[in-house]
Each structure stands twice: as structure tokens, then as C-alpha cells.
Design a protein around this ligand. Structure first.
Ligand SMILES: Cc1cc2nc3c(=O)[nH]c(=O)nc-3n(C[C@H](O)[C@H](O)[C@H](O)COP(=O)(O)OP(=O)(O)OC[C@H]3O[C@@H](n4cnc5c(N)ncnc54)[C@H](O)[C@@H]3O)c2cc1C
Length: 500
């Protein structure tokens, strides 16, 4: 409460959702579709990180980069696309995709599904209660169902009570390491990297995960001289090793510098408008105009009032497969904040599952949390798809070979050169790529598939169906890929496995 005695009369809902990113929006949608009254609290922009500083702007920046690279490998077209990208047009398209960082459209959508949107910061103040403080002290007073009256800024807080469930969908923020000189260096996080108004002359990117390699790819192509600094030995360490190797080769060919096995120890930016000097643990220094830290994410749970219900502020929220927080029967944590799979599509999947579970429990209907049941986000464990939108694209679902072996499965990895199918030869001259499937030898099903190469992002869903569906290899043999598509790699992988 910011102003003693000014807590306004409470409003009751069946479900209160904190955080209106893609996940919170979908929990609200599912809850409303089940006939439950729903409030959604959002402290910044409805649409969340994904719409404004993550998926959408990053993919808008990368689409022309990848399209140009593809076109440059097509004889007859290549000569027409040798010039630089029109950076202004790329950034304008990025701005359009982020709706110029305005959320009217998404607020309208949430309202159209029947959810009440409350602007402000939500925090738990005890079981089944959420208090909202408007960002500028503005008071949000509900004067009737789905009606919000915004009154003068006086710090008043409004109390929302959830009859059945509170869903925490507050996502994550970028981690910036506490290095000497970090404040004066004003480093970029993913937010600045996706919303910058111009390409810096020299950009240092720290971190070789998905955000690091995607942003390095985008800004190198948009005119920056990129240096990628990686603590480990290679890029994309969570994927099969060949993914990082092929993406690193392409980044180097595009002009980027990649330095592995180095850590940043200090930063200096003595003049606010001057360059930043990056000190490394091998004694070297790199000078740049901007530095991006793509070094991981932390859950946005530090100011959520978790202590009022006996949980640790700032921690990831551990949930069961219906996304119910351990030790509670009313608190759900959905999307990035539960740390199961930090991806929009996977969070939205969890939202569909959690929304159905909330509705079933509210109706005292049967709840099916058995693996692959209606109320279990089983795919989080077995079949998480991800596309890295670099050139070449890298895409995977399920387990890598190392993960499958660590989990104790008896497996065989089957590899195929993607350049050796007719479709890839037509797709691009000098096509380079590779595919791998991980076969569970006991059950003869696929545990994981990885593709790396131009144009393979759209191929991934075939693998997701095979892995999530646990389709027997014997039946996959009857799934005939069209000729001459890159999908024919499926046939080659299966032939290799069958020893043909
Ligand atoms: C650069 C980058 C690129 C990415 N690209 C992709 C991609 O291509 N594909 C993909 O699937 N994933 C991608 N991701 C991951 C994706 O952005 C996240 O998985 C997704 O945004 C998670 O959704 P969410 O709703 O859980 O959280 P968020 O999108 O983070 O939304 C959380 C919302 O909660 C609000 N909030 C937080 N605390 C409070 C509070 N106390 N009260 C009220 N509101 C609060 C926030 O303001 C925010 O709007 C990318 C991430 C990054 C950083």
C-alpha cells in the first residue's frame, strides 16, 4: 500500500493473471473461454517481452538478413542482391512489427476475449489476493464488471481477489553481470539490441547462446563490425555441436570475429558518448561503440510478494505439470517464470494446459495430469522445438545425443549431410547443412531431431510431430516426403537407420 488508508474496495474475479506477455494473455483467454471471470495485471506493455523486445523485433531484423543470404546463393538472382541492406527500411519494418511499442491492439484483443486489464504492478499480498499500483500512481477503480475508471494519481492501490487461481506470468529480465565499470559502460541488453535506432559501428556481443548469435548475425549484416566473446568453446551450447560450428563458420564468413574461451573482467567508458573498452581475462582489450550482454535471464519474481506466501523472492517458481506451484492449490506459474522452457510457443502451450487445469479444478471436474493428458505440459520434458533464425538456421526438438545419453537412454544418432538431397541443391548453390536424429533403440521412436541449414526452420514441425507423437520408425517409413524438397532428408535418415 503506498498511501495508508487508501486501499480501494476489492474486486473479485475467478482468476487473476499477473503479467500480460504472450503467456498471461493465453492463460486469460483459456480461463475466459471456460467461463471464468478474469483480470490481467500488466506493469509495462500488454504483449510482454516477446512482442516488443524479443521474438518479434529480433525476427524482423533477421528476416531480410536471411532472405538476402538465401537469394545470394541462387544463380540468376545472386547478382541482383549483392548490395547492402536498406537499414532504414529494415528498422522501419521492425518498428511496425512492434506496433511502435504501443499495445493498444493487444489490449483490445484481451478486452475482446472478456478479460479486465489492470495497468500497474501486481504483487501477491497473501493467498488469493493481488494488489495493483499504477506505474505513475494512477488509480484504477472498477466501477462494474469489465469497466475501469482511471482517476487522478494519488498512489491509491486496488485490491483484486481471485476466487480460484492466481497465475504468475511475469517472465524474465536480462542478467547483466556485476563487473567493474558496468554502470558507466551502459551496456545493451536484449532490449536495446532489439530496439536500437541505428547500427553501432563496432558491437561487442558477450554470450554465444541464441540471443547472442541472433543479434550478432543481425547487426553484422546491418553494418556493425561484430566481435562475439564466448566463455565456452563454441556457439549454441545447448544444441548438437554441429549447430554452433556451422553458425560460427557463417558468422566468420560474414565478417564477424568470434573469440572463444574468454571472459569479460571490466569495462571502461570514460566519456559518455565515447567508445567502451572491454577488458578480457586473457589480458587483451577490445574497443567498441556498444556492448551487448546476452548472458542469461533472471525471473521477474523479486518484487512479487512471494515472501507473503512462504516462497523465496527472486527465485524461479517450481511447478508440477499442470503449472501449479509446488505446495499450493491456487497459485500457478506459467511461461518463462517457471524455467521449464524459455520460449514463447512453449509458454503459450503451458498457458493452454494451465488454463484447462484451472477451469477443471474450478468446476470440480476430473483433472488428467498423466503424461500427455489434457492437464499436463508433458511436451516440456520431451518435445520442445526451437528455431534459431541465423544464417544458416538451426532447429531442434527433443533431446540431443548428449542429453539422451545422460538420461540413460540406449540410443543411436543418425546423421545426414543436408547438401546431399535434391531439394537443397535447388534451394541454394553451395548448400551446407546437416541433420541428425536420435533413435531410442529400445522403443524404436525418435527422442530428438536437429536440422542446420538454410530454409530448414519450416521443416522442424515434421520432427516435432514425430517426437511428440512417438511415431514408430516403422510407421515413419510410410511418411513420404515430397520430391524435390529438403524434407527428403527424412528418407535418407531412415534409410541410414535401416541400413539401406
Ligand atoms: C532477444 C530475444 C529473442 C527471443 N526470440 C524468441 C523467438 O524467436 N521465439 C520464441 O519462442 N521465444 C523467443 N524468445 C523468448 C521469449 O521472448 C519468451 O519466452 C517469452 O517472452 C516469455 O513469455 P512470458 O509471457 O512468459 O513473459 P514475458 O514476455 O517476459 O512477459 C511478462 C510480462 O509480465 C509483466 N510483468 C512482470 N512483472 C509484473 C508485475 N509484478 N506486475 C504486472 N506485470 C508484470 C511484464 O511487464 C511483461 O509484460 C526471445 C527472447 C529474447 C530475449
Amino acid at each position: 500500500m503506498t498511501d495508508a488508508g487508501k486501499i480501494s474496495e476489492g474486486s473479485s474475479y475467478d482468476v487473476v493473471v499477473i503479467g500480460a506477455g504472450p503467456v498471461g494473455e493465453n492463460v486469460a483467454d483459456r480461463a475466459r473461454a471456460a467461463g471464468l471471470t478474469t483480470a490481467v495485471v500488466e506493469s509495462e506493455l500488454v504483449g510482454g517481452e516477446c512482442s516488443y523486445w524479443a521474438c518479434m523485433p529480433s525476427k524482423a531484423l533477421l528476416r531480410p538478413v536471411v532472405a538476402r543470404a538465401d537469394a545470394r546463393r541462387v544463380p540468376g538472382l545472386s547478382a541482383a542482391v549483392q548490395g547492402p541492406l536498406d537499414v532504414g527500411a529494415v528498422l522501419a519494418k521492425r518498428d511496425e512489427e512492434t506496433s511502435h511499442w504501443k499495445d493498444d491492439g493487444q489490449v483490445a484483443w484481451l478486452e475482446s476475449v472478456g478479460a479486465d486489464v489492470h495497468r500497474g504492478t501486481g504483487r501477491l499480498t497473501g493467498p488469493r489476493e493481488v494488489t495493483v499500483t499504477a506505474p505513475d500512481g494512477t488509480e484504477h477503480r472498477l466501477t462494474g464488471p469489465r469497466e475501469v475508471t482511471v482517476t487522478a494519481p494519488d498512489g491509491t492501490e486496488h485490491r483484486l481477489t481471485a476466487r480460484h487461481a492466481v497465475a504468475v506470468c511475469t517472465g524474465t529480465r536480462a542478467i547483466v553481470p556485476a563487473l567493474p565499470g558496468i554502470a558507466e559502460a551502459r551496456p545493451w541488453t536484449s532490449r536495446e539490441a532489439t530496439s536500437a535506432k541505428e547500427a553501432p559501428g563496432r558491437l561487442v556481443v558477450v554470450g554465444g547462446g541464441v540471443v547472442g548469435v541472433e543479434m550478432a548475425t543481425a547487426w553484422q549484416a546491418l553494418g556493425s563490425e561484430v566481435t562475439l566473446l564466448i566463455r565456452g568453446g563454441g556457439l549454441l551450447p545447448k544444441m548438437e555441436p554441429f549447430a554452433g560450428e556451422l553458425v560460427a563458420d557463417a558468422l566468420r564468413e560474414a565478417g564477424a570475429t568470434i573469440r572463444t574461451g574468454v571472459s569479460v573482467t571490466a569495462l571502461h567508458r570514460p566519456a559518455p558518448d565515447g567508445p567502451v573498452t572491454v577488458e578480457l581475462d586473457d589480458g587483451d582489450r577490445v574497443e567498441a561503440d556498444e556492448i551487448l550482454f546476452a548472458t542469461g535471464r533472471a525471473p521477474r519474481t523479486d518484487e512479487l510478494g512471494l515472501e507473503t506466501i512462504g516462497l523465496e523472492p527472486g527465485s524461479w517458481l517450481t511447478v508440477d505439470d499442470s503449472c501449479l506451484v509446488e505446495g499450493t492449490d491456487w497459485l500457478y506459474a506459467v511461461g518463462d517464470v517457471n524455467h521449464r522452457a524459455l520460449l514463447t510457443h512453449q509458454g503459450k502451450y503451458q498457458a493452454r494446459i494451465a488454463g484447462a487445469a484451472i477451469a477443471a479444478r474450478a468446476a470440480k471436474a476430473p483433472v488428467d495430469t498423466a503424461p500427455w493428458g489434457a492437464h499436463a505440459a508433458t511436451a516440456d520434458h520431451a518435445a520442445v522445438p526451437q528455431v534459431v533464425f541465423t544464417d544458416p538456421e538451426a532447429a531442434s526438438v527433443g533431446l540431443t545425443l548428449a542429453e539422451a545419453e545422460r538420461a540413460g537412454h540406449r540410443v543411436r544418432a543418425v546423421d545426414h549431410d543436408l547438401a546431399a538431397v535434391a531439394g537443397s541443391g535447388l534451394y541454394a548453390d553451395g548448400y551446407r547443412g546437416r541433420a541428425r536424429m536420435i533413435v531410442d533403440l529400445d522403443r524404436e521412436i525418435l527422442l530428438g531431431v536437429t536440422f542446420v541449414g538454410p530454409g530448414i526452420g519450416e521443416l522442424l514441425h515434421s520432427a516435432t510431430v514425430a517426437v511428440a507423437g512417438e511415431v514408430p520408425i516403422a510407421r515413419l517409413w510410410h511418411a513420404v516426403p515430397a520430391y524435390p524438397t529438403i524434407s527428403e532428408v527424412w528418407l535418407r535418415l531412415l534409410e541410414s537407420f535401416r541400413g539401406q
